[in-house]
Design a protein around this ligand. Structure first.
Ligand code: UD1
Length: 414
């Protein structure tokens, strides 16, 4: 079990370089199944979710070679894996569906795992595959999909990131043109489209609500670097807004973090941009209203870290979570530390400005875990964050080292 010990101390100072994004890397790993050629990723983040995804594509027949930070993936031959156990770890496991189906005409998956932040159905992924011509059956806990794929017009009831990515990948090798309406606009979708385009796919409109994919006969190998992690960068911005200090974040793309940066500025933290990075300075001073939305709205993944900022600012903040129905699991843990938060359905009301107290808390999901580390930075005394499921390492590359490098007192003690 991972246990982190956190103490409040000096304000955060110094520089950090943001790692490549988990949510961009995982779909790229899945995309490697679309070609017999070699997909090279110059810098792959060292995350347990990445390892789980690599194990999964390896079980589908891919060769995965890691050399230092770089990774090379190739899948000359595919075979459906016995994925029951392999798919429990990360939600992104569902993303093998599109590539397997497109290349092999057959895919077999189980309901994917990941953070239990809501029901997280995959009906939109399946609806898309069905529209592309797949027959879908459920047998003994497995969902089986088969058939030759053809182009189709697919309207997503919600702009789901995973469904957009899965359908986009499946459509790259389908016969004819596919149009996804109400597609997700997240930067990670654009990143995947760029990777697929480098592999020979024909995709237009990624990053808008309408993505058009013209199927091609085959894809080839390519080199692609996933974008920097806007959520890791955002977490570090929230650390400064909660605990104070002044840090320089290198390798970020501020244009992909606008909603968070605006909200931090409104709350009184100073943000200045320079090419390839940003500087964040000073504690937040004022309460805030946060409504999570699909991109370019405020990211649901930043809701928990931002709530820690709201705990530190005097006044009443209101958070509305519109994306996931069970994403306030950090609230009982913050309450254990003395935070004053009421939750009613999807609304949390935070009375901020009371000093948090160190306590033993438990990490309920990935972003909540990061939020609890930030809470520890602002609390009196020692905070122990227990992470029995290893959530934090799923999505942050040695977060305790990044925070310590900025002068924070965060130790992994187990
Ligand atoms: C991705 C991110 C996750 C982020 C989320 C929203 C990855 C690996 N994970 O997750 O970090 O929090 O986007 O930005 O990229 N939904 C359905 N049916 C479906 C699919 C989704 O109802 O078939 C619902 C979900 O339950 C949720 C909403 O749509 O309420 C958004 O989910 P989605 O965008 O699909 O998130 P993920 O791709 O799972």
């Amino acid at each position: 079990m991972a246990i982190f010990q956190v103490e409040s101390g000096a304000p955060l100072m110094g520089e950090a370089t943001v790692h490549p994004a988990k949510n961009a890397a995982l779909p790229v790993i899945a995309a490697s199944l679309l070609t017999a050629g070699e997909l090279v990723v110059p810098e792959m983040p060292d995350l347990t979710d990445v390892r789980a995804m690599c194990d999964l594509v390896a079980a589908c027949g891919a060769n995965v070679r890691r050399e230092g930070a770089a990774m090379a993936l190739s899948a000359p031959q595919l075979s459906p894996p016995d994925t029951a156990g392999l798919m429990r770890f990360t939600r992104a496991s569902a993303l093998i569906m599109g590539p397997m189906l497109a290349r092999l005409g057959y895919a077999r998956i189980t309901m994917p795992g990941g953070c239990a932040i809501g029901q997280r159905p995959i009906d939109l992924h399946l609806k898309g595959m069905s529209a592309l011509g797949a027959q879908i059956t459920t047998r003994q806990g497995f969902i089986e999909l088969s058939g030759a794929l053809h182009g189709a017009v697919i309207y997503l009831d919600l702009p789901s990131v995973g469904a957009t990515e899965n359908i986009m990948m499946a459509a790259t090798l389908a016969d004819g043109v596919t149009r996804i309406e109400n597609a997700a606009k997240e930067p990670e979708v654009v990143d995947l489209a760029q990777c697929l385009t480098a592999m020979g796919a024909q995709i237009q409109g990624a990053g808008t609500g309408t993505v058009t994919i013209r199927g091609v006969y085959a894809l080839h190998g390519a080199t692609h670097q996933p974008i920097p992690d806007r959520i890791e960068a955002g977490t570090l911005c929230c650390a400064v807004a909660a605990a104070g200090g002044s840090i320089l974040l290198r390798g970020t793309r501020p244009e992909q973090m606008r909603a968070l940066l605006f909200k931090l500025q409104e709350a009184g933290t100073s943000v200045s941009e320079f090419p390839g990075g940003l500087r964040v300075r000073g504690k937040a001073k004022w309460p805030m209203e946060i409504r999570t939305l699909s991109y370019p709205g405020f990211p649901t993944d930043m809701q928990a870290p931002m709530m820690v900022v709201a705990c530190t600012t005097p006044g009443t903040s209101v958070f509305l979570e519109t994306i996931f129905e069970n994403r306030f699991m950090h609230v009982p843990e913050l309450t254990r530390m003395g935070a004053c938060i009421r939750v009613e359905d999807r609304v949390a009301v935070i009375e901020g400005g009371y000093r948090l107290q160190g306590a033993e808390v438990r990490c309920p999901d990935l972003r909540s875990g990061a939020a609890l580390l930030l809470a520890g930075l602002t609390a009196d005394g020692v905070t122990r964050v227990e992470d029995p499921a290893g959530h934090i390492d799923r999505g942050y590359v040695r977060l305790e080292e990044t925070l310590s490098g900025l002068g924070a007192s965060v130790k992994r003690i187990e």
